[in-house]
Write a protein that binds this ligand. Structure first.
Ligand code: URP
Ligand code: ZN
Ligand code: ZN
Length: 469
């Protein structure tokens, strides 16, 4: 059946227009004043007074990821359902290469996890954790799997961390194949050294996570990564940038004209180091890497969202139960009751990104609605080779659409969220602006707080190429 979204204000990364949208077979087929074209069998969705924006594209998530001695608590169904409630209709998750495995094995493992559960569309990056000669030679061929971006970790020593030689080789190989390298930029050797020292001194309280992950730990690795871009000429995307100094390194690279891009995450817009440092074990809720930094760092992150230094807002959604001892739960943050060093790293947020940025960014006048769309969907779709299928409202695009009420108020809470986790890092935050209806390829997934989607509907999105923004 055809659908017409009538009377709304369409916002894309490029412009804002008052127009109707016609959807046929999941695709947008016309935009304009369509009042005269309505047929008797059409479903007309009244969007009078509402905004019509592209569904969110979250380029950084970790669903059912084995990590930190457990597994993240949202699977590809619960995570997708939560994402849809919050206005995100596509995400790119990190598949991990296991030691001794090929990259394609890692991708296939993640594809089989997602397939039957997926309720929104998804893609994968592959994280290279075993950078042997064979692995590096394999890089160009994973594009055939629809995966055109790779991640390296400069942190998590003895787990995921790669050394500088491997990082350089991967950058060079990926860039030569037209693929994008992503980097977790923290100095894992320095973190390991600080961790050993702190634990030897009996410093096990949550606040010491911040002492092991100071801003210079992030800034050094970011700066080195930017220099590696200059050495190799290959493009780089720095994930989850949290520090002002890290962003200064990105600015330096971009001012030189280097192909370096940056992502930050919604938690860095609201949390600071104080959230980990106060409240005893409660601080474990906010432990992630890199951790949120000072309010000065936060002000630079916000500034860089507005001035173009940062291209995307992601979530790095990697949820762990605060109390994972209850029936049916996977172990969670309580694994680190005795020491910050054993707390699984990660925070939930796949559901909250869209509304948090609207509230903090658009309502405050920091960014325009068009910039909001760029940061939450269009830029990720462009960088990761999904545009214009995803990330815009234009003829020929998938009808992934959020109908958004800019006046509707909502108080974020774990009592009402849909993520499979027992706390919310934005607990009690009152936001103005709410997705009242969310469509994926023309199908309604959420309507006025009611779930209409289903497991198995979501499709893998094979990606080709991508842009340097
Ligand atoms: O603490 C975090 N960020 N956990 C998820 C894994 C990663 O580093 O992205
Ligand atoms: Zn990371
Ligand atoms: Zn991550």
């Amino acid at each position: 059946m055809r659908k017409i979204i009538q009377g709304g204000t369409i916002i894309t990364a490029g412009d804002t227009i008052k127009a109707d949208v016609l959807i046929e077979d999941g695709i947008i087929t016309a935009i304009g004043n369509l009042a005269g074209d309505i047929r008797k069998d059409d479903e007309v969705i009244d969007a009078t007074g509402l905004l019509v924006m592209p569904g969110g594209v979250d380029p950084h998530t970790h669903l059912e990821m084995p990590f930190g001695g457990t597994v993240s608590s949202d699977d590809f169904f619960t995570g997708h359902r939560a994402a849809a409630f919050g206005g995100t209709t596509t995400h790119i998750d990190f598949a991990l290469q296991a030691k001794g495995e090929s990259l394609v094995d890692g991708i296939n493992t993640w594809k089989s996890r997602a397939e039957d559960k997926a309720a929104i569309d998804y893609g994968f990056h592959i994280a290279v954790t075993d950078p042997t000669d064979e692995t590096i030679a394999e890089i160009p061929s994973i594009a055939e799997e629809g995966v055109t971006s790779l991640k390296v970790f400069l942190a998590y020593k003895n787990v995921f961390q790669v050394d500088d030689t491997a990082f350089l080789r991967i950058l060079e190989k990926a860039g030569g194949a037209g693929m994008l390298t992503m980097v977790h930029a923290e100095n894992g050797d320095a973190i390991a050294m600080a961790t050993d020292r702190l634990l030897a001194e009996g410093k096990t309280e949550m606040k010491y996570h911040n002492v092991a992950h100071t801003a210079i730990i992030e800034a050094e690795a970011t700066s080195r990564a930017v220099d590696f871009v200059e050495i190799t000429g290959s493009p780089l995307y720095v994930v989850h940038v949290a520090s002002g100094q890290g962003l200064q390194a990105i600015r330096r690279g971009r001012r030189k004209g280097l192909p370096v891009m940056a992502e930050t995450c919604s938690q860095y817009l609201t949390l600071t180091d104080k959230d980990i440092e106060t409240g005893g074990f409660e601080g474990a809720k906010y432990i992630c890497s890199p951790p949120p930094k000072t309010s000065w760092d936060q002000s630079i992150v916000l500034e860089c969202l507005g001035d173009g230094t940062i291209q995307t807002l992601a979530t790095d959604h990697c949820p762990f139960w605060f109390d994972g001892t209850k029936d049916g739960r996977t172990p969670g943050k309580e694994l680190g009751k005795d020491s910050w060093a054993k707390v699984p790293n990660g925070v939930p947020g796949i559901e909250d990104r869209y509304v948090v940025l609207w509230h903090l960014g658009v309502n405050s006048g920091l960014i325009t609605p068009e910039r909001f769309v760029a940061l939450t969907s269009a830029n990720a779709a462009k960088i990761f080779g999904m545009y214009p299928k995803k990330g815009t409202i234009s003829v020929g695009a998938d009808a992934d659409i959020v109908i958004f009420d800019p006046e509707k108020k909502h108080t974020i809470s774990a009592d009402t969220h849909h993520m499979n986790v027992d706390y919310n890092v934005y607990e009690g935050m009152e936001v103005t602006g709410w997705p009242v209806r969310v469509l994926s390829r023309g199908r309604t997934l959420v309507d006025n707080g009611e779930w209409k989607g289903e497991a198995g509907y979501g499709e893998f999105v094979p990606r080709t190429g991508g842009a340097v923004l």
